[in-house]
Design a protein around this ligand. Sequence first.
Ligand code: NAD
Length: 480
Amino acid sequence: MQTSSITRGWFYQGEERQAEEVYAVFHPHTGEKLVNVPDSTPRMMKQAIETAHDTFSATKEMTKKARADLLFAAAAMIQEDKPYIAGIISAEACKPLKAAESEVDRTVQTLQFAGEEAKRLDGEYLSLDAAAGGEGRDAFTIYEPIGVIGAITPFNFPLNLTVHKVAPALAAGNTIIIKPSEQTPLSSLYLAEVLTKAGFPAGAIAVVPGDGVTLGKVLIEHEFVKKISFTGSPRVGKLIKSQVGLKRITLELGSNSPMYVDRSITDLDAVAAKAVQGAFSYNGQVCLSTQRIYVHHEIAKAFKEFFIKHTERLVFGAPEDRDTDVSSLINQESQTRVLAWINEAQSEGATLLTGGKAKANGITPAVLEDVSSESSISCNEVFGPVVLINEVTNWESALEDMNNSDYGLNAGTFTNNLSQAMKMAHGIEAGQVLINDVPTLRFDHMPYGGVKQSGYGREGVKYAIREMTEMKMISINYNL
Ligand code: NAD
């Protein structure tokens, strides 16, 4: 994507429209201005909500086949546009091109899963004659859309995580308003255009870029908005939960994801290679980035050597460069914070094994050992290219360390001992446990969500649809 002085609009009533006030989005790696986008007003947000409310009767009436066909059509268009949209993601999110392309592939699949789920949004049969006096009746349940969904999204997967809200909402027959991250509105504008071209009614999807506090308040408080689906930081998530009242809500928040490597693992090189990917993909700015690694002390030395070898092979560079593995962080504030946390860990007894140096607006991939459980690198979400490797004497103490966290999103354990794997899987406080995979693994149809401060509710297309529909029971008395 070229640096430019282009001014983009907001997406309203089926088209992109210019706004009076705009703000500039800058490229995180070069600092150059990318684009101007609307600094939308509360009035614009209200207009979008009212239009989505008026359009709901049209989306609700669409057959399941029609919804599915349009989602499949949108998936095909995005597949076709892959180089273009990967370039947009790479520029606005400063995401290495390889990772941006993989996000586009995942987006296509997420839309396809939503199309498939639209067709099997089925209820169940109930035997009412199981109750005394219930004879002569049949009953069944159906799932109905609920209305306008408010989606508030983060910067780190500007296309696929937005689709994780938009596709289930449309599959179920709802309408949706997207309040994208201030840094990454372009992917959402693209998505709205594609879905409209595919054939969803004008007014079913709106994109209202701008300030989260101001626009979020309107979205959260408006009576026409039936559900808020938020992905972002635990700080903002908690704030929204306190404001939302009786409205439905799903919160997908942060984590400091842990994994364990047992002494029963023989191919430590392969596990270290996977863990390096898990720790440093998209510069560590992934909600389920591998942040804390606990290794059995008997194999720790060898594991760390392999881990450092793979880490030092990573290429730091510009996001649009195909060779780049790690690039600048989303802003300078993140760079300053993460460097301070590395220093803090060292002053509290940790050793920096490699990396951890400022480069452009980023940090070279950093590996620390012997990190105190009190250090920020251990107990907070780093959201940067930093991982800790601590030795443990057995899997029981690894489990204790893994659970010593305010978060619980994904956790991984590598072991060849089945009963140990299952005991850990049952004992880990997390929404998802991956045996013999890094915690950074996610497939888009998995149920996905956090416990503790990592969230509330579940996404993963089928599960998101359930949270965006209302179950209705219908009974038929055939003895009348
Ligand atoms: P953020 O919380 O700063 O912003 C997320 C969104 O919230 C943005 O659109 C922002 O404008 C909006 N916002 C800010 N203040 C608001 C308010 N008061 N009311 C309503 N909306 C408001 O998060 P971010 O920095 O964009 O993203 C990084 C965070 O997202 C990390 O913590 C990461 O772990 C988390 N995340 C979680 C998942 C998951 O699936 N669990 C996935 C991706 C990212």
